[in-house]
Design a protein around this ligand. Structure first.
Ligand SMILES: Cc1ncc(COP(=O)(O)O)c(C=O)c1O
Length: 413
C-alpha cells in the first residue's frame, strides 16, 4: 500500500481504478503482503514448527492455495472448511480439525478423509472413544486463563466453553485409556487479538504443565491469537523475541519430557489481517448538531468488527490522502444505528482529509475476520474480492448477485 499523487495505491494500482473496474465495495488482498506475513512468522519460529493457518480468518480458496504453496498447514473448525482446504491442495494430515460442539457426523467426515481431529471436552472424547476405539486423537485443553482484544474473543479461563479444563486432564487420560485412544497431541488457544507476549507465555507454561499428564504426545499446539497493530501508533508484537522465548522453553520442556515433540501454532489474523483492505465509496452526508455522518455503500454486513467488538480499523481517504482534516463519523448503509465503521473504544469519530461524495475510503487491516464474517443482512450481497500482485489485479470471488441471494430459497408459489 502506498500513496502516489495523493491517491492510495495497492500493488501499484490506484484504489479508485480498482473500484471502477470491479465495482464498489471491494475487498482487495495484496499477495506480496500475505507471503511476507507468512514468511515473517516462519522466520520467528524456524525450528520445525508447524504453522496451521487458521482459515476461519479468511477462507478464500485463492489465498488458501497461496499459503499452501508457502508451506502452511491448516486449522479448520468445520467440515466445509476441511473440504475447502482439501480442495485447495492441503494433504489431509496437514489439517487439524478443532471443532466446537461438533456433531458426530462432523467427526465421521474428518475420519473418512484422514484428517486428524482435536477433541475439546471430556464428553467429546468419551463419544469419540466409543465410536473409534483403538485410534489416535489430540485434546484441547483450557489452561485456566485467556486473553484477547474483546471479552467475546477470550477462549480460555473458567468463563470459556472451549477445551478440557486443565485440572481434569487425569480424567481425560482415563477416558482415553478405557477406549484405547492414544492422546498424541495437546492443543490450546486462549483468544484472539493478543498484543503482549506475557499472556502467551503464561498460557504456554500452563499448557506444558497439563501436557505432562499425557505420556504418548507427539505435538503440542499453542493455538493462534497473535495480534496486529490496527492503529498506526500501536507497537507491533515483537514476534522474533516471542518466538525465541517460546522455542527455548519448548526445547527445555522436551528434554524434561524425554522426547522431541513438534510445536504447532495457529496464526490467522497475523497472516492475513494486514494483507486485506475493504474499499468503499462515499454516498451521502448527514449532519446533526454534534456530528457529520459520512455515509458509504457498505456496512457491518461486510465488516462486522467495529460494530461487534468496537474494534478499530484505520480509515484512509484513498481519493485524497492529504488535505485539511475533518472530524467525521463513517457510517454504513445498514438499517441499524450501530452500523458505524469509525467506532472504537474511544468513540465514533475520526479525523480524515476532507471527504467528498464519490470519494473512495479504505478500511485497513480488514483481511482477517472481514469477508469470512460477512452476511447478506438487509439483503445486500457480499462484495467481490480481488488479489493484486505485481501491478495486476485478479478477481478471486465475484460480487454476489440477485441469483446468488435467491439460490437457496424455494421460490415455488
Ligand atoms: C482454535 C483456534 N486457533 C486459531 C485461531 C486463530 O486466531 P488468530 O486469528 O487470532 O491468530 C482461532 C481463532 O479464533 C481459533 O479458534
Amino acid at each position: 500500500m502506498q500513496v502516489v499523487h495523493n491517491k492510495l495505491c495497492l500493488s501499484g494500482l490506484e484504489a479508485e481504478t480498482l473500484l471502477r473496474e470491479f465495482g464498489s465495495p471491494l475487498y482487495v488482498y495484496e499477495a506480496e503482503v500475505l507471503r511476507e506475513r507468512f514468511r515473517a512468522f516462519q522466520a520467528a519460529f524456524p525450528e520445525n514448527v508447524h504453522l496451521h493457518y487458521a482459515m476461519k480468518a479468511n477462507s478464500n480458496p485463492t489465498l488458501l492455495r497461496l499459503l499452501q504453496q508457502e508451506g502452511a498447514w491448516i486449522d479448520a473448525v468445520s467440515p466445509l472448511e476441511v473440504r475447502l482446504a482439501l480442495d485447495a491442495g492441503f494433504a489431509p494430515e496437514r489439517i487439524l480439525f478443532t471443532g466446537n460442539n461438533s456433531a458426530p457426523d462432523e467427526l465421521d467426515y474428518c475420519i473418512a478423509k484422514g484428517v486428524p481431529v482435536n477433541l475439546g471436552s471430556l464428553e467429546a472424547l468419551r463419544r469419540y472413544g466409543e465410536r473409534y476405539p483403538g485410534t489416535e486423537a489430540s485434546v484441547r485443553v483450557n489452561p485456566g486463563m485467556g486473553a484477547g482484544h474483546h471479552s467475546h474473543c477470550i477462549t480460555g479461563g473458567p468463563a470459556s466453553k472451549f477445551g478440557i479444563y486443565h485440572d481434569r486432564v487425569a480424567t481425560a487420560l482415563k477416558i482415553a485409556t478405557q477406549n484405547r485412544i492414544r492422546i498424541i497431541g495437546v492443543h490450546s488457544h486462549i483468544g484472539t487479538g493478543i498484543y503482549a507476549p506475557e499472556p502467551m507465555l503464561a498460557a504456554m507454561e500452563l499448557v506444558l504443565q497439563a501436557s505432562r499428564g499425557f505420556p504418548e504426545l507427539r505435538f503440542i499446539d499453542f493455538g493462534g491469537g497473535f495480534g496486529i497493530p490496527h492503529r498506526p501508533e500501536q507497537t507491533p508484537l515483537d514476534l522474533p523475541e516471542l518466538g525465541r522465548q517460546m522455542q527455548e522453553r519448548f526445547s527445555s520442556f522436551c528434554s524434561e519430557y524425554g522426547r522431541p515433540l513438534t510445536m504447532k501454532l495457529e496464526p490467522g489474523r497475523f497472516i492475513v489481517g494486514p494483507a486485506g483492505i475493504l474499499l468503499v465509496t462515499t454516498t451521502n452526508f448527514t449532519d446533526t448538531p454534534d456530528y457529520r455522518f459520512v455515509g458509504v455503500d457498505s456496512g457491518f454486513n461486510h465488516l462486522v468488527r467495529p460494530t461487534m467488538y468496537g474494534a478499530y480499523h484505520h480509515i484512509l481517504n484513498a481519493s485524497r490522502s492529504t488535505g485539511p482534516e475533518q472530524e467525521v463519523v463513517i457510517a454504513g448503509n445498514i438499517c441499524e444505528s450501530g452500523d458505524i465503521f469509525s467506532r472504537s473504544e474511544e468513540g465514533m469519530t475520526r479525523k480524515i482529509p476532507e471527504i467528498q461524495v464519490g470519494d473512495c475510503l479504505a478500511l485497513c487491516d480488514a483481511g482477517a475476520y472481514g469477508m469470512s464474517m460477512s452476511s447478506q443482512y438487509n439483503t445486500r450481497p457480499r462484495p467481490a474480492e480481488v488479489l493484486v500482485e505485481n501491478g495486476q489485479a485478479r478477481l478471486i470471488r465475484h460480487r454476489e448477485t440477485y441469483e446468488d441471494v435467491i439460490a437457496p430459497f424455494n421460490t415455488e408459489p
